[in-house]
Unconditional design. Structure first.
Length: 382
């Protein structure tokens, strides 16, 4: 008499218990994906089956609930995709975005795997941002059309030789700030001359700006200036752009003024937006895009191989990783200060545990019954 059917049932039920128990034990593991056992009957040219077998353990890659945290380095993917990490020898994939920042500036998970961006391993620079010299000064203002024409030679120290003035801060290549003063003189009907001084030093260039009878600028909107700060910094080459400036019968006033230079700065903080872009903020009020987090999808997620530490490996069954960035194509967006909970339904797993236990007990009872029948058959011949 064969015991194979009952023994195969015990083996399959034992595997089912292991899988259900593993799901339950990881019900609080961030980014964990539950699994289920698939069974198959066994026949080998016989009228009566030879039992059951485990045909596979299938992972459920359905999304877990999203939980808000107080840690900006907790990341979750709202939609499809996996974070990509380097463990030093290979690329691994995960839905767990709980990160920490190392002293060297790397973003790593609990296992020490380094987060990958589109440019490779993401590293937050620990060095500061170097200074950048101003090359553009953009000013938009209104010049009072009712101003009288000035005939006297321009003299920055004599307010009667110009019609209006305003100031702006510019920076040299060493990050030193300089005060730039713009002097506007109405030299003719619908024509204004612009003189520029930096730190009180009048520059040799003069910009002539013309306006139409409608008060709109027609020529001379841009001018080029040079200045040697004589402090060890490189000579400054500055373009003054007055595009948008008008000449109406209102008081002369500045609408906006901006320049593109800045002093040096140290890293203050960094943020990660919903596209996965890592943006550093510096003490000089400047920001810089460091990198963008790389996400991956697969043609067959169930073909991924579990690697432990909440990571998976690509296999021939899963296909190669299809790489991209958040919020593009089928890839989801990235949420900072959020984690993805395990997708284990604890109530359902407890029910599954009871079913698996009953199944194991029933197969054990089958073994007992087979043994009793065999014993009775032996007793008949004794």
């Amino acid at each position: 008499m064969a015991f194979s059917q009952a023994l195969s049932g015990l083996s399959a039920a034992s595997t089912d218990l292991n899988v259900v128990s593993n799901n339950i034990s990881n019900s609080q593991t961030v980014g964990f994906k539950s699994s289920t056992v698939q069974f198959a009957d066994v026949y080998s040219g016989a009228d009566v089956g030879l039992g059951t077998s485990v045909s596979g353990v299938v992972q459920n890659f359905g999304a877990g609930s999203l939980t808000t945290t107080d840690n900006s380095l907790d990341l979750a993917i709202n939609g499809d995709g996996f974070f990509t990490f380097s463990d030093g020898t290979q690329t691994v994939y995960s839905r767990n975005g709980q990160l920490t920042l190392t002293a060297a500036g790397y973003l790593v998970n609990a296992a020490g795997d380094q987060l990958l961006g589109v440019n490779g391993v993401i590293q937050i620079p620990t060095s500061g941002m170097q200074a950048s010299a101003s090359t553009e000064l953009d000013a938009e203002l209104n010049l009072d059309a009712s101003e009288s024409i000035v005939t006297a030679a321009f003299d920055a120290t004599n307010a009667s030789t110009y019609s209006y003035s305003t100031t702006a801060t510019v920076y040299d290549s060493l990050g030193n700030s300089h005060t730039s003063t713009l002097y506007f003189t109405k030299s003719a009907v619908n024509t204004w001359d612009v003189h520029t001084a930096i730190d009180g030093n009048l520059l040799s260039e003069t910009q002539s700006v013309s306006f139409s009878s409608s008060g709109l600028i027609t020529s001379g909107a841009t001018g080029a200036y040079t200045y040697d700060p004589a402090n060890g910094a490189a000579e400054m080459n500055l373009t003054l752009d007055l595009t948008g400036t008008t000449q109406f019968g209102n008081d002369s006033e500045v609408s906006s003024i901006a320049q593109n230079g800045y002093t040096s700065g140290s890293l203050v903080s960094f943020t990660i937006d919903d596209t996965g872009t890592v943006i550093a903020t510096y003490s000089n009020d400047q920001t810089q895009e460091i990198d963008q987090i790389q996400l991956a999808t697969f043609a067959n997620e169930n073909g991924l191989k579990s690697n432990g530490n909440n990571t998976w490996l690509a296999t021939s069954s899963s296909g190669q990783a299809l790489l991209g960035v958040a919020s593009s194509g089928s890839l989801g967006s990235i949420l900072s200060g959020t984690t993805e909970d395990s997708n284990v339904d604890l109530t359902a797993e407890l029910v599954n545990l009871i079913i698996a236990q009953r199944n194991f007990q029933a197969n054990a009872k089958s073994v007992t019954a087979q043994s009793e029948v065999l014993q009775q058959a032996v007793n008949i011949g004794s």
